[in-house]
Design a protein around this ligand. Sequence first.
Ligand code: NAG
Ligand code: NAG
Ligand code: NAG
Ligand code: NAG
Length: 472
Amino acid sequence: MCEQMARRRLDRSTRPPLYMSLGPFGLLRCLQISFLLALLIFVFKELAPNGLAQMYPRLSVELLIEANDSATPTRDVHPYLFTTRTDLPTQGSLHQPENSPAPLIDVNPFKVQDEDPPSEEFAPVFIEEALMKRKDLRICELDKWNWTVADPDKAIFYFVCCGPIERFLELPRRTPERPYLCYDCDAKLQMGSLAQDDCLLRQKCSPKLVALLSRRDFMFSSSDLRGWNLKNDSALLLPGVTHVNHIPAPEKLMKNKVTPSDPPKYFLTFQGIRNVGLHGASYVRLNLEALLNTSMQPPKGARGASGEVLPLPEKAFSLPPDVFISIADKASNHKEMRPYFSLFDSAYGLVLHGHGRWSYRLMETLNGEAIPVILADGWILPLDELIKWEQISLQLPEELSLDPEKLLDRLPRDAQSIAGRRQRLRDVYGKLMSSQEKRLVGLLRAAALWKRQWQVLEKQTLRMLADAATTS
Ligand SMILES: *[C@@H]1O[C@H](CO)[C@@H](O)[C@H](O)[C@H]1NC(C)=O
Ligand SMILES: *[C@@H]1O[C@H](CO)[C@@H](O)[C@H](O)[C@H]1NC(C)=O
Ligand SMILES: *[C@@H]1O[C@H](CO)[C@@H](O)[C@H](O)[C@H]1NC(C)=O
Ligand SMILES: *[C@@H]1O[C@H](CO)[C@@H](O)[C@H](O)[C@H]1NC(C)=O
C-alpha cells in the first residue's frame, strides 16, 4: 500500500490529498507500516554498517530529501548486501595512472574512432540461458536490442556468468577470436583464493581456477581486473577488460542528477562512509576523515601504506569554503551532511578506494559532470581500451590522502582547464555510459580490441600464473 502511495505521490498535483482517499484506518495502517520499515532500516544500518557502505549515501540523501514526508524513503538495495562476495568487482588494462598533467585543450578523449572496431569483430553475441534469466545483470537486454544470435557457432562472444566453475570447464572449446566472455565472474569463482600464500608462494593454486585461466578461449570482464588481489596494486590482471558495471543504473543516475551550475557550485566534494579497504588494502578514506576531522568520532591516527598508525597534527587542516569533504564510520557520525547528488555540482569529485578499488562514485561523478579525482591505486578504469582517461579525470596516488593540502594543489584551478575536461567527460559519458546498451556495446568493443592483441596483452594477466602452475 505504501508503495502505491509513493507512486501516487508523484502525480498528487492532480489528485485530492492522499489522506482523504485513504480514510482514517488506511492512514493509521500506513503510518504503522512506515514506522516498522523505518525501524527495520535503522536496525539493519546499525547491525551492518559496513555492508551498507556503498548504498548509504543514496539512502541518506533520500532520508534528507524526504525527511519532510510521511512516506518511507524508497529503498535502493544493492545486491552485494545479500551475497557473500568478499571482494568487489574491478577491471584493468595496460595503462598506468598518469601523474604528469595532460594537455588540456580540445583533446579527443577517445582512443579509437566510433566505427572502430567494426561490429563484425564483436557482434553478434550468444547469451547462455542462465545469464538470460539473470535480469539483474542486464546482459539479457542485448537480446532486446538485437545484438544476439541463437546459434553459438555464429557468435563472436559467448556470454557466461556466475559458475559453477565445473560447468564452465565442461563447455566445448571455442577459439581466442570467438571466446567465452565471463561477465563479473571473479568474485563468484572465488578468484580471491589465488591471492593466498598457498597459491602465490607455494604454487598450490586451485586446480580448477588454473584450468579455467589457462584456457585461451575464456575472457573476463570485471569492474576491477585486479579485484582478486586487493593487497597488490601491481598484481596480474584478469585476462580481459574492465566493464562499466550495471550498477549504478544509468536511468537512476539520470533521475537523481542535479543540473550543474555554471560555474559549478563547489570546487571539490566527497561525502561517504569510511570503508577501509578489505584486508587493510587501503586507508584513503580513513586518512582524509582523520586529517580533515570530518566526523564526531574521527580515527585516532592516520595510516601509512602498510597500515602503520601515524600521529595526527595538532590542528586539522581546514578546507577552503568551496571544498566539502565529509567522511564518517556511519551516517549518524558525520559532523555535516549535504544532499548527496547536489555535491556533484562541482568542478571535481573524489573517487576514493573503498572496500575495493572500484566504486559507484566514478559513474555518479561523471553523470553529475564533475571531473573524477581517482585515488584507487592499481585500478584499471572502465573501457580503458576506448577512453583516454587522463583527458577526463585525474588519477592520483593514494598516498596523497596523507596530505590533503598537496592533494588540493594537484587539481588545476584555471577555468579553461576545468571546462575542457568537463566537456570531454560529457562526451565520453554520453557516448559510452549513459544507457545500459551503450555500456554493454562499449564492453564488447573493448573486448574486441583486447582480443586483437591477446597474445601480447595476456602477458600481464593471470594466464601467466596459470601457465606457471601447470608446468611446475
Ligand atoms: C519541509 O519542506 C518545506 C518546503 O518543502 C520547508 O520549507 C520546510 O523547512 C521543511 N521542513 C523540514 C522539517 O524539513
Ligand atoms: C530486431 O530484429 C527483429 C527481427 O529481425 C525486428 O523485427 C525488430 O524490429 C528488431 N528490433 C530492433 C530494436 O532493431
Ligand atoms: C605484486 O604482483 C606482481 C605481479 O605478479 C609481482 O611481481 C610482485 O612481486 C607482487 N608484489 C608483492 C608485494 O607481492
Ligand atoms: C576536531 O573537531 C572538534 C570539533 O568537532 C574539535 O573540538 C577538535 O579540536 C578538532 N581536532 C583537531 C585535531 O583539529
